[in-house]
Design a protein around this ligand. Sequence first.
Ligand code: SF4
Ligand code: SF4
Length: 167
Amino acid sequence: MTEKFWQTKSLSEMTRSEWESLCDGCAKCCLHKFIDDEDTTEETELMPTTHINEGEQMSYSNIACYLLNDKSCQCTQYDKRTKLVPDCVQLTQDNLDAIFFMPPSCTYRRLKEGRGIPSWHPLLHKGKKTAMHKAGMSVRGKIVKDSEVDIDFFEDYIVSWPLNDID
Ligand code: SF4
Ligand code: SF4
């Protein structure tokens, strides 16, 4: 069988379109995450961060960005996303350090860690997301929007399913 580009190239060697095609569209990266930090005060509690220190734990919530379409799991304002949501993390080939923000099932993270792409990935299903939704690997049917909840009560929304990964 012919080897696929993700089996022969590193993430930094891929073309732009190869890179883009790797995104499974799970939308787990559009969920709010929280880092428990010893130095956190009430004022800084909900401030965005660009790093995680050793020993700190990141928790996922089921609170998603208000721009996410909860059925298709796609951004409704993809072109304007960084303007509308300044802390929207855009993973690029020049920004691989931000990969720690991604869930374990994220294709980019899997490839960076040498785990290959999963059996449910749309690239293995003619671009269709059905297998991913069926495997429960996307956010479909599991989220609330940040425009609909009081983010101060984020602890009520902490969940572990975004950390799940299969094969
Ligand atoms: S978690 Fe990774 S693979 Fe899933 S939508 Fe986000 S960038 Fe794409
Ligand atoms: S702006 Fe779009 S891509 Fe960014 S977090 Fe929100 S829904 Fe996701």
